[in-house]
Write a protein that binds this ligand. Structure first.
Ligand SMILES: *[C@@H]1O[C@H](CO)[C@@H](O)[C@H](O)[C@H]1NC(C)=O
Ligand SMILES: *[C@@H]1O[C@H](CO)[C@@H](O)[C@H](O)[C@H]1NC(C)=O
Ligand SMILES: *[C@@H]1O[C@H](CO)[C@@H](O)[C@H](O)[C@H]1NC(C)=O
Ligand SMILES: *[C@@H]1O[C@H](CO)[C@@H](O)[C@H](O)[C@H]1NC(C)=O
Ligand SMILES: *[C@@H]1O[C@H](CO)[C@@H](O)[C@H](O)[C@H]1NC(C)=O
Ligand SMILES: *[C@@H]1O[C@H](CO)[C@@H](O)[C@H](O)[C@H]1NC(C)=O
Length: 212
């Protein structure tokens, strides 16, 4: 996944950046993908220091910085090897993340220049695709589950049946299992479809009910 605006007109962005100075972007990313976060579009010749500040829940904030004058990089409290500079910072100051479920958090690039600091921040939301199952139990009852999705999936049925309230089970890693149980006793339907909608994509499964 590429950072937004990388290919946009840099001159225009520079003007925008001067007016906005700080930009915050909300960014949903799927687990196991590669995400590239970019810094404000400031010309390298105008730079003094580039700093990435990374704030993940339950961890001390990590900073990675690069000082142009000495061509040196420094890291404080950064232990996650899946979060790295894309290249050497004198070539490319973007941050690359191989997204894991623990990477929900705030990431900010600060570029110090003689004219002041320019910021760009990202609220990263990690998405996990739920595993969907549908099975039939006794008496024209079907059970549809969306297991360990993030955020919680939504389940609907076609046709609508007599459904018990949907159960949700929250896991320690931030994922949610959603379970919906419905009956079609006395309904003249043979096939029912469970529709699972989720930010990572929708999925439908169907099952043929045995006669009541
Ligand atoms: C690094 O972690 C320590 C201990 O959690 C914390 O006190 C310190 O402020 C952190 N340093 C930075 C630069 O965030
Ligand atoms: C900065 O250091 C890196 C290696 O750490 C080197 O590859 C690069 O050429 C240096 N850049 C400059 C401008 O000196
Ligand atoms: C199936 O439904 C019928 C009628 O509601 C009930 O008498 C019977 O006990 C149910 N069977 C099972 C296995 O739940
Ligand atoms: C989250 O936890 C649940 C329950 O332990 C597990 O089934 C699931 O695989 C975990 N998901 C991730 C992405 O680690
Ligand atoms: C059930 O539906 C089928 C086709 O939709 C129809 O042929 C049949 O007569 C219906 N049965 C009852 C009992 O309504
Ligand atoms: C997924 O399902 C939801 C609700 O049914 C719908 O609003 C949305 O447009 C669907 N998304 C896609 C990509 O089909």
């Amino acid at each position: 996944m590429l950072c937004p605006w990388r290919t946009a007109n840099l001159g225009l962005l520079l003007i925008l950046a001067v007016f906005l100075v700080a930009v915050n972007i909300s960014w949903p990313v799927q687990m196991a993908r590669n995400a590239v976060l970019c810094c404000p579009p400031i010309a390298f010749r105008n730079l003094i220091v580039i700093t990435w500040e990374i704030i993940l829940r339950g961890q001390p904030s990590c900073t990675k910085s690069y000082r142009k004058e000495t061509n040196e990089t420094k890291e404080t409290n950064c232990t996650d090897e899946r979060i790295t500079w894309v290249s050497t910072p004198d070539q490319n100051s973007d941050l690359q993340i191989t997204v894991a479920i623990t990477h929900d958090g705030y990431y900010r690039c600060i570029m110090a220049t003689p004219d002041g600091n320019f910021h760009r921040g990202y609220h990263l939301q990690v998405l996990v695709t739920p595993e969907v199952t549908l099975f039939q139990s006794r008496n024209r009852t079907a059970i549809c589950k969306a297991v360990a999705g993030k955020p919680a999936a939504q389940i609907s049925w076609i046709p609508a049946g007599d459904c018990a309230s949907t159960e949700q089970e929250y896991w320690g890693n931030g994922t949610v299992t959603v379970k919906s149980t419905c009956h079609w006793e006395g309904h003249n339907v043979s096939t029912v479809t469970c529709h699972v909608s989720h930010l990572t994509g929708n999925k439908s499964l169907y099952v043929e009910l045995l006669p009541g």
